[in-house]
Design a protein. Structure first.
Length: 512
């Protein structure tokens, strides 16, 4: 590390103080402090929207900061670009490796730093030096082989090797294990431990609790753009980490009757039954049953496999194992339209990308589901359309109540109500709600939870996903607990409280 000499282990190499970043008046980071030390692996944890990515982008020069200071190796810095951050010794390896697959391994390792001679690049030296850099990480592969011929795990190690060519003293690994098997994870961890021993400060971002505890020395937890705290991994039990990530915010939902107090008749045929539904590399085979009028909650941290499971049930992604039945009849669901035709609808967590159509009106968004189910040649009559739209605007309390308002101008909570109205208007038997209350205000959240409670009491079956575990327990009669892309158990919500569920998520997977 010629340009950025290694500093003594334990010395602060990154100090971020009071970091504040806002977008369109919304604070993505609000006065966050963060530090990294030489020779440590530091985990950054938080649910989706906590501010992890924004903090990383501030540290790597992608985003300018609105307030606060950044110091690297004790010297104040002001990054205008990622090149500035790299010059300061900060490199990032993303889940999607940012290398050139059409070049050789050696060319990727030495890209931009090729040894030269009078006639140009010394290709023999390129591969010799690349081999030396890879060998220092314990990676022994043919440097003349094409990068595209290697697994993602090897490509990530090549990216790390390139970062070391750049004399990086700070290495950011953003979800590096999300697509790796256990053997590949062990290989990556061996490299990380070796770099830690050399004094490199490593920032590790992962949703896998097991891996975080296995490899990390310290952890910083963010929630809703604010710092929750910084802790030594050895001093932070898993259930406490989960509790700090999800928070325990009080709200005005006490007025909502807990639907799980109702007795669900499970003696008959389930509305939906799935056996061993899974997809290689995405989700281990899982079982799920939902009965008439029942709310089944899926609980687990981000990345636990909740969304992956429901996308397989809905046909948004194709399962490669297992079988499903709907109302007792075999159902081969390979596309969303097949699910909709069988009375199963899905409200995605990606409200803007896969839900509302921002440029259309409230009325146009609401009738999309009915029109899709009916077929585009059988247009709704205007009187029928107006009746349906007016009914659901009133039932869900969409504000403003103007059916001609453009949906993109509505608040997040009202957009979510419009999306819910679209699917309810199709008269489904089962609705899958993936994070329906994320990013909306307390009042709208209460409205949506109240509506879910009313709908299930009236006989609609619901699969309900939320990162807010209190919300899951409040609404669901049963909870399927997910962790590390597999179902690890099922709980009766009447028999557990929040602390029990947190402890189960944090520790049960060890025995599963």
């Amino acid at each position: 590390m010629s340009d950025h000499d290694a500093v003594a282990p334990g010395t602060a190499v990154v100090e971020m103080t009071g970091i504040t970043i806002g977008f369109l008046g919304v604070l993505a980071l609000d006065g966050v402090d963060f530090s990294m030390r030489a020779g440590e692996i530091h985990a950054l944890m938080g649910e989706n929207g906590a501010g992890k990515s924004t903090l990383i982008k501030a540290l790597t020069g992608v985003y300018p900061i609105d307030a606060g200071t950044i110091a690297v190796a004790g010297a104040p810095v002001s990054f205008r670009s990622t090149a500035d951050a790299q010059d300061a010794g900060i490199s990032t390896v993303y889940q999607e490796v940012n290398l050139c697959p059409n070049l050789s391994v050696g060319e990727n390792v030495m890209l931009g730093h090729e040894p030269r001679r009078r006639a140009g690049i010394d290709w023999k030296a390129v591969h010799e030096q690349a081999a030396e850099h890879l060998d220092s990480l314990g990676v022994r592969i043919d440097t003349r082989s094409m990068l595209s011929s290697h697994s993602l795990a090897i490509q990530q190690l090549v990216a790390i090797s390139r970062a070391m060519v750049l004399d990086s003293t700070v290495l950011i690994l953003d979800e590096p294990t999300s697509s790796l098997d256990r053997g590949e994870v062990e290989q990556l961890f061996a490299v990380m431990r070796g770099l830690r021993a050399q004094g490199v400060a490593i920032l590790f971002v992962s949703h896998f609790l097991e891996q975080v505890y296995e490899i990390s020395d310290r952890v910083t937890v963010l929630r809703n753009g604010r710092l929750v705290g910084e802790y030594a991994m050895a001093d932070l039990p898993r259930e406490e980490l989960v509790a700090k990530m999800i928070g325990r915010e009080m709200d005005d939902l006490q007025a909502i009757s807990r639907v799980s107090n109702r007795v669900i008749d499970r003696s008959g045929v389930p509305i939906l039954q799935a056996k061993d539904i899974g997809r290689r590399g995405v989700l281990e085979p899982a079982d799920l049953e939902v009965f008439d009028g029942e709310v089944v909650g899926l609980a687990g941290l981000l990345g636990s496999g909740r969304t992956e499971l429901v996308r397989l049930l809905y046909g948004a992604d194709r399962a490669d194992s297992g079988a499903m039945s709907i109302n007792g009849l075999p159902a081969r669901i390979t596309a969303p339209r097949q699910a909709i035709e069988r009375g199963v609808v899905f409200s995605s967590e990606d409200r803007r990308g896969e839900g509302i159509v921002s440029d259309l009106t409230v009325a146009e968004n609401i009738i999309l589901g009915i029109q899709a189910r009916r077929g585009w040649r059988r247009k709704l009559r205007k009187s029928e359309r107006d009746t349906v739209v007016a009914e659901y605007i009133e039932a869900l309390g969409v504000r403003p109540s103007n059916p001609h308002a453009v949906v993109g101008t509505l608040s997040g909570g009202n957009q979510q109500k419009v999306l819910l109205a679209r699917w309810l208007a199709t008269a489904p038997e089962l609705i899958i709600l993936d994070e329906p209350t994320r990013g909306i205000d307390v009042g709208a959240k209460a409205d949506i939870q109240r509506k879910v409670a009313e709908l299930s009491a009236a006989g609609l079956s619901v699969i309900f996903i939320s990162s807010e575990l209190e919300e899951v327990l409040r609404l669901a009669q049963r909870v399927l607990v997910m962790r590390d892309r597999k179902a690890i158990g099922e709980l009766d919500s009447d028999q557990v409280d929040l602390s029990d569920l947190v402890e189960y998520i944090a520790n049960r997977g060890d025995a599963a």
